[in-house]
Design a protein around this ligand. Structure first.
Ligand code: ATP
Ligand code: MG
Length: 564
């Protein structure tokens, strides 16, 4: 958590996270000429997830805070898995979170420079073409306690490697025929220095460069060099890249012709309980039909969270709360849910919706009368005003707000007891009607005209208050209730379980017969509301004028932690 400190001037000042502290130290020491430049470098091989939001926030917020620039760079070095669909969704997501990049770059923009650099390394005797298979190369890697074995091609003539490197890019060779390796140290304690592969052959056309290239640089050979070409000062990534950092620096030392160096810093990746954070695994969910798509509201993708009703404000305040550290850990999904409740509590209008309706008839209320009851839109925000809600003889209430034989402490509808209908009257339940199978089909009550909300007589108090919707004024809707997608806390760690086995069968429940107050008839996709007593809901993108569809973003309270 970010701490709030009292500064000497008495104003509240948030303490710096460790990356901000590094940047401030660099600025103080005049490093990089006082320049701060970051980049967000997604591989366009899937939709961004909430983990990426953590990287986006630090990259863009650092640039904003220190008058620098953050560029967007598509790390597109593997055409097999990449696609323009992903490029577009990534751009949308960043804008949605409220950030603006300086320039858009692609690793593929630098393919010519990377090629020239590889040629330079070959000429200096620092790279060679290896004709062994990937398996053979892997076998020779050695272990943490034993050195690797030299490839039989390691000392081949420079001229030969130069010719073969050209050939790798000609299209005449099948994939896997040969690779280019950096010639560093097969006994290095850091395994990444044991003659890493830096180029491989791929025949799949590239979404940016088409069929121009057949030899593609590996991530480690592209990333740091791209940072260098662009002038990045602080290259921020997740902790798993810490062990790659010496190689990152090694390549740049071979390339640099001045004192300028981009520097890599690593922070803890976001892991959330009951969620999975890998584009590869999320793709499996999509392709396996286990979810309806990348924007399924149960997905941890930004597209899914947006569709579910999450706001950029909630996501950014969540990221701010969890902070940046040097230690990996697991964050409770409940914390993300807390953030969206907090934001929507401040912003969402309170409305009435009955998800599992049963009719309530106020037997002593005039047949053709309609009263307009004033209802405050949001007690947290006076400026949101109030609206009139129609009250009539026939209302819908929730089926479970009636109980024929109720225990003593049940303060909702049960024969002989009084309950308040929210923003309206106190009513006394008088009974119910059942069908031949014994199911309750209608509930009856009498109202007390002296108890209208807001009038002097309304001072009389009863224990329970329930919500309702006027039958003639109601609109129909489908409401989709979501729950956590997986039944296990850390699905990525369940190595022997199939994804399908871990899916929570109750993660989606569709209610088809919901009755909403007429105010919601005009709601548009994306609008957020609090359904009184039920939770926060938003209008789904599949909603039309003919058929309203709502998503439950989150219930009002965290029921899971209590249940389990
Ligand atoms: P995935 O495994 O989900 O595909 P990735 O690391 O391969 O993730 P990239 O597109 O390469 O995804 O990542 C872009 C940036 O986002 C990188 O800097 C990466 O470190 C960061 N990032 C990815 N996942 C997380 C996460 N869970 N938490 C924080 N940052 C992340
Ligand atoms: Mg990646």
């Amino acid at each position: 958590m970010n701490k709030v400190e009292q500064s000497t001037t008495g104003e509240n000042k948030k303490s710096l996270n460790f990356i901000e502290a590094i940047v401030e130290k660099d600025l103080k020491e005049g490093r990089n000429g006082g320049r701060v430049q970051t980049r967000f470098p997604p591989e366009p091989n899937g939709y961004l997830h909430i983990g990426h939001a953590k990287a986006i926030c630090i990259d863009f917020e650092l640039a904003e805070k220190y008058n620098g620039v953050c560029n967007l760079r598509f790390d597109d070095t593997n055409p097999v898995k990449e696609d323009v669909e992903f490029v577009e969704s990534i751009k949308d997501n960043i804008h949605w979170l409220g950030f603006e990049w300086g320039e858009i770059y692609h690793a593929s923009d630098y393919f010519p420079q990377l090629w020239d650099f590889a040629v330079k390394l070959i000429k200096e005797g620092k790279a060679y073409i290896d004709e062994q298979s990937a398996e053979e190369i892997a076998k020779q890697k050695g272990t943490h306690t034993t050195p690797g074995v030299h490839s039989p091609y390691r000392d081949r003539p420079i001229e030969e490697s130069l010719k073969l490197f050209e050939k790798m890019n000609s299209g005449d060779l099948p994939e896997g025929a040969m690779v280019l390796r950096a010639k560093i140290d097969m006994a290095a304690s850091n395994m990444h220095f044991r003659d890493p592969i830096i180029y491989r052959i791929i025949h799949t056309p590239h979404h940016q460069t088409g069929t121009k290239w057949k030899a593609y640089p590996m991530y480690d050979f592209a990333h740091g060099q791209c940072d260098y070409f662009e002038g990045v000062t602080h290259s921020i990534c997740t902790l798993e890249f810490e062990v790659h950092r010496p190689l990152y620096d090694w390549f740049i030392d071979q390339l640099a012709d001045s004192d300028y160096r981009p520097r890599q810093y690593e922070f803890n990746r976001l892991n959330l309980t009951y969620t999975m954070m890998s584009k590869r695994r999320l793709l499996q969910l999509v392709e396996g039909g286990l979810v309806s798509g990348w924007d399924d509201p149960r997905m941890p993708t930004l597209a899914g969270l947006k569709r579910r009703g999450y706001t950029p404000t909630a996501i950014r305040s969540f990221i701010d709360r969890i902070g940046y550290t040097k230690y990996d850990g697991m964050i409770d999904l409940a914390l993300l849910e807390h953030s969206i409740r907090q934001d929507l509590n401040a912003k969402a209008a309170r409305v009435s919706a009955v998800l599992d309706p049963i009719k309530l008839i106020i037997t002593n209320y005039p047949e053709d009368k309609t009263e307009m009851m004033s209802s405050i839109n949001n007690p947290e925000d006076e400026s949101m005003g109030s609206r009139d809600v129609a009250f009539t003889k026939e209302l819908y209430i929730e089926r479970d707000d009636f109980m024929e034989d109720a225990p003593k402490k049940y303060f909702r509808m049960t024969p002989g007891r009084e309950t308040r209908l929210r923003s309206a009257y106190i009513v006394k339940c008088t009974g119910c009607k059942k069908d031949d199978d014994g199911n309750v089909v209608e509930v009856y009550a009498e109202y007390d005209p002296e108890t209208r909300s807001g009038l002097p007589g309304s001072a009389r108090r009863v224990k329970g208050t329930i919500h309702w919707v006027s039958v003639p004024h109601s609109v129909d809707a489908e409401v989709r209730l979501y729950d956590r997608l997986f039944t296990v806390e850390d699905p990525a760690n369940e190595k022997d379980k199939e994804l399908a086995e871990m899916i929570n069968p109750d993660s989606l429940k569709i209610l088809n017969n919901c009755k909403l107050e007429s105010y919601l008839g005009d709601a548009k996709p994306g609008d957020n509301f609090q359904f009184t007593r039920l939770g926060y809901f938003n209008v789904d993108i599949e909603s039309t004028d003919d058929k309203l569809v709502f998503n439950r973003t989150v219930p009002l309270r965290d029921s899971w932690s209590k249940k389990n």
